[in-house]
Design a protein around this ligand. Structure first.
Ligand code: 3PG
Length: 311
């Protein structure tokens, strides 16, 4: 009868919300741990091209083992799938390495403040490259996002151009990654987890030759020795932690993208940045001026206004 039906519906809606809530909380927690270990590693070993490659390699290995042991189902892919994945992988590689280069030059909080401007890039790309139009409120919401990021950037005590540009490039690359992923995942039988696994593997193939060309084994060997002598042999665990947590947070984020709209995803991502900004400021004792914090707050508020306007 109707009442039972209504009850079942309400129950499954509550279960769905609970599941998404658990995904979000896990995604943010894993991301905070990744960001902390990533920065600890970069402080002692400033080779972001290698650390980004290692995070992709570790994720690829974890998934190959999961497939071999049947812990995860092996995805059925065809050449068309890999062809469609190629542009996503190019964008993922650029966005990942650019964010890591940024974090090697500036405070984690600064990178994430600039990265909270991603919705603005999403609108600009959709408007000028894809010809999509939006209601005027959406354009208006870009003002606090851009203004807030600009205020945070000009008042940043440890401003660095490479750090700033890395975060900006990452914003643009991830907008393309999200647009292409959404298209690639639609109507495909590959789960979010396996989609991200394939993405890691393809990105690893793309990034490795560039990492060797930009940094290379000689620099890595000398840097590694220095890091071990400064930190001790447990430095390797920091590298392992940044790599494992990088894979896990991305995997969970792709598992949630499977269940929710890209809009809900981007709101979740902004809320994630608040927890990263706050926790990294506390852990790394990052100096923040009030006007700098105000810029970050305006930018994040702008993202919420943007999500409201898009709805
Ligand atoms: C990376 O290394 O890829 C960045 O830290 C990713 O940032 P995001 O997933 O928070 O956008």
């Amino acid at each position: 009868d109707r009442t039972t039906e209504g009850g079942v519906e309400a129950g499954s809606e509550a279960a769905r919300r609970l599941k998404i809530g658990v995904y979000f909380a896990t995604w943010w927690a894993l991301n905070v741990v990744f960001n902390i270990y990533n920065k600890k590693v970069l402080n002692a070993f400033p080779y972001p091209w290698l650390t980004s490659t290692l995070s992709l390699a570790c994720g690829s290995l974890m998934m190959l083992v999961s497939w071999a042991t049947r812990l995860a189902e092996v995805p059925k892919t065809d050449p068309g799938f890999w062809k469609a994945l190629a542009p996503v992988a190019v964008a993922h590689t650029i966005g990942h390495v650019a964010a890591t280069v940024s974090m090697s030059k500036v405070a984690v909080s600064f990178t994430h403040i600039i990265k909270s401007g991603e919705p603005a890039f999403s609108v600009l790309v959709s408007r000028f490259l894809l010809g999509e139009t939006f209601p005027v409120q959406v354009y208006l919401s870009l003002l606090p996002i851009i203004g807030g990021c600009a205020l945070a950037a000009v008042t940043e005590l440890n401003f660095n151009m490479t750090g700033f540009m890395g975060a900006m490039i990452s914003n643009i690359a991830f907008v393309f990654r999200n647009i292409f992923s959404k298209k690639g995942m639609k109507g495909k039988s590959v789960s979010g987890m396996n989609y991200y696994a394939c993405l890691s593997m393809l990105s690893l193939l793309i990034l490795t030759p560039f990492a060797i060309a930009v940094e290379g084994p000689q620099m890595w060997a000398a840097g590694w020795e220095k890091a071990i002598s400064q930190i001790g042999p447990h430095f390797i665990w920091w590298v392992a932690a940044q790599s494992v947590f990088y894979h896990l947070y991305n995997q969970v984020s792709y598992m949630s993208l499977d269940e929710i709209s890209p809009l809900t995803f981007s709101i979740g991502n902004t809320m994630k940045r608040i927890s990263v900004i706050v926790s990294s400021i506390i852990i790394f004792h990052t100096p923040v001026q009030p006007v700098n914090a105000l810029g970050a707050a305006i930018a994040i508020l702008g993202t919420f206004l943007y999500s409201q306007a898009k709805q």
